[in-house]
Design a protein around this ligand. Structure first.
Ligand SMILES: O=c1ccn([C@@H]2O[C@H](COP(=O)(O)OP(=O)(O)O[C@H]3O[C@H](CO)[C@@H](O)[C@H](O)[C@H]3O)[C@@H](O)[C@H]2O)c(=O)[nH]1
Ligand SMILES: [Mn+2]
Length: 626
């Protein structure tokens, strides 16, 4: 609701602003919540405008209300009493929503995967004369829940967005669209105007598809132990790509030109039959496609029966059959990271994008702040990305023919980075197994050849450190990122790439596990204190802990071997490598050995992993001794 209300409060002419909410679950509770939110917005919007309230997300505003002062001509006391009134309305809004939820708790009449389309122009329930009297025009709020049937593939978020594109195409058909995930809100009400500065710039406008703002988050702790900020994207890569043809579409927080989802920048008009093949058979939708005709006033009001029928058709699950939605038009279906692949397609088609990162975050979201969510999300991302990497759309081939080579390399770097898991897993096992067996695989410390290895190792660390520091972050961030990179590479990237290979050869269907949106108090406390929380699946824990135990064992055996038998010269590099890995993954050791709280690594997992690493060691040693 906060996403919706903060978007309605954007500083933009109300008549030109339409807020659509996509409810993929098709829940009557959400629809009811929307009506309540609309009622609340009737109070909230005028209040924000009158007193120049900067934080227009109600939840955030009331959380930090002491710091947020109203400006304008009105006296403090008037502001205070108005604020109090609005706060009461906010409390009432929350109460009514939770009451409604309680009343309908047992309702099992609807399921998230099987429901008809529902499209409603939300009007609110309470007609309050006082508010009505002072009523300035409000942005329209439209609830859209596309049809879902178990027999149809729904293409996750991209499918939902395409349904929104079609429905909004016959209701408002605005040429520019802001896309926000349900866990984000507008933090600066001027973002629309700022984005329009780019879109309306005659030097950029022709080929400009989207203005991307970074994803920033309101719930990240000082230490950011899980690298939830994903700094390397929004503080390094996106800036680099901005110097080429622009950053990758990042799923949320961007203003996109509707037309760019329909055709190439150079493409001229096509005939009706061709359009129907691309966009489906809705005449109403095609009529408005190129904005020559805006939806008329009466359709706009949203209550004509014909319009209702049309929107239901456009949001039905059979509508896309035989069309090019998701393949040539709209958001792309090929990969679960629809954002990456849609951005890639746009750039291949000749569109450009712009990255804009003003000091005040324009949008704030909820980041994944526990290991479990992080790894689930990481698995989905690496599965989606590597699927593109190993397909015919591999950016190095498909992309390099359609965009500047450097740009295609950027895309390739992202699509292929999950495959880093292969070398990482080798680095975490082979030198260690050799070390235990006293086999040296690196040059001796005394040989000058060692310089080459040291140079590569240290320069890659320095490059990373430089990126972190140059983007205004600390050495602590560097350490966190290294650690999370190791953890992800041996867990979610492994599963992600396996998943991608399996879907590619048809052994699995793609899936989209949404990130958890509910907080656990104890977990949050640990997170704030910078303590890892290992409450996650054994599938994630076991590989990670196994590798740490293997490194511990090899380090101890290696050092003992050198002390008793000598040979430190040859084995030095391997000992250093094990030490480096152990130092970086210290929280895992701590979770295994030292901690007793709920977030520790369970004993059973440690025992299992110890067996696994022993097995790995024996197997490896057996192989080496052959
Ligand atoms: O079947 C689905 C699944 C998801 N969503 C929506 O997709 C959005 C993102 O889902 P979330 O669970 O928050 O995933 P995240 O991993 O946090 O999302 C990141 O990764 C996605 C790609 O995997 C991008 O689309 C997002 O913009 C990006 O923030 C949410 O608004 C969901 O409502 C749907 O509408 N239908
Ligand atoms: Mn999210």
């Amino acid at each position: 609701m906060n996403t919706v209300v903060s978007a309605m409060a954007l500083d933009y002419p109300a008549k030109k602003l339409h807020v659509y909410l996509s409810d993929d679950g098709g829940s009557p509770l959400t629809l009811n919540g929307m009506r309540e939110a609309y009622d609340f917005a009737r109070w909230w919007l005028p209040f924000c405008k009158r007193y120049g309230v900067k934080t227009r997300c109600p939840k955030a505003y009331f959380r930090e209300e002491e710091d947020d002062e109203g400006i304008g001509m009105s006296s403090e006391t008037e502001f205070d009493s108005e604020k109090q009134k609005v706060k009461e309305k906010y409390e009432l809004f929350k109460e009514r929503v939770s009451e409604h939820r309680k009343r309908h708790r047992g309702d099992s009449s609807h399921t998230g995967q099987d429901h008809p389309p529902t499209i409603e122009v939300v009007r609110g329930d309470v007609i309050d004369e006082v508010v009505q009297a002072h009523q300035e025009p409000m942005p329209q709020l439209i609830y859209v829940s596309r049809e879902k049937r178990p027999s149809h593939h729904h293409h996750f978020k991209a499918g939902a967005l395409n349904a929104l594109l079609r429905v909004s195409g016959v209701i408002s058909n605005s040429p520019y669209i802001l896309l926000l995930d349900c866990d984000m809100y507008c933090n600066d009400h001027s973002s629309a105007r700022q984005a329009m500065c780019f879109h309306l710039d005659p030097r950029l406008s022709r080929s400009l598809s989207l203005v991307q703002f970074p994803q920033r988050f309101h719930n990240i702790s000082e230490n950011d132990i899980y690298d939830s900020k994903i700094r390397s994207y929004f503080w390094t890569c996106w800036y680099g790509m901005d110097g080429l043809k622009g950053p990758i579409l990042s799923g949320t927080c961007f203003y996109i030109k509707r037309e760019s989802l329909y055709r190439k920048p150079t493409q001229e008009g096509s005939d009706l039959m061709d359009l129907k093949k691309l966009f489906g058979h809705s005449n109403e939708f095609i009529k408005h496609l190129w904005r020559k005709e805006k939806p008329s006033k009466d359709t706009f009001a949203g209550d004509s029966a014909a319009l209702r029928k049309e929107t239901q058709l456009l949001a039905s699950c059979g509508y896309e059959n035989g069309t090019k939605w998701g393949q040539e038009v709209g958001f792309m279906y090929y990969s679960v990271v629809e954002d990456y692949f849609t951005g890639f397609t746009l750039h291949c088609n000749g569109w450009t994008s712009v990255f804009y990162n003003p000091p005040k975050p324009q949008f704030l979201g909820t980041a994944t702040t526990n290991l479990n969510d992080l790894l689930i999300q990481g698995t989905r991302w690496s599965s989606g990305l590597s699927k593109v990497g190993i397909s015919r759309f591999c950016p190095l081939v498909y992309g390099s023919l359609r965009m500047p080579i450097l740009q295609s390399m950027c895309y390739a770097q992202l699509a292929l980075f999950p495959f880093y898991c292969l070398p990482i897993c080798c680095f975490a096992t082979i030198p260690q197994i050799c070390l235990v067996n006293g086999i040296s695989i690196y040059p001796e410390v005394s040989s000058s050849y060692i310089m080459l290895f040291a140079f590569i190792f240290l320069s890659s660390l320095c490059k990373h450190l430089h990126e972190v520091v140059a983007s205004g972050h600390t050495v602590q961030t560097f350490l966190n990122e290294q650690r999370i990179w190791m953890i992800k590479s041996t867990t979610s990237h492994v599963y992600g790439t396996i998943d991608a290979v399996m879907t590619q050869i048809g052994m699995r269907r793609a899936s989209f596990l949404p990130t958890n949106k509910v907080d656990d108090d104890e977990q949050s406390k640990r997170y704030e204190m910078g303590i890892f929380d290992f409450q996650t699946s054994i599938l994630f824990l076991a590989p990670m802990v196994t590798l740490v135990i293997l490194n511990m064992a090899s380090f101890i055996v290696g050092v003992a071997r050198v002390l008793t038998l000598g040979g430190g010269d040859e084995l030095f590099m391997q000992i250093v490598l094990s030490f480096f890995i152990l130092a970086m993954t210290y929280p895992v050791i701590e979770g295994m050995v030292l901690r007793t709280d709920k977030g520790r690594i369970p004993r059973s997992v440690t025992t299992l992993s110890a067996f696994l690493s022993l097995a790995l060691l024996l197997l490896g040693s057996g192989f080496l001794m052959r």
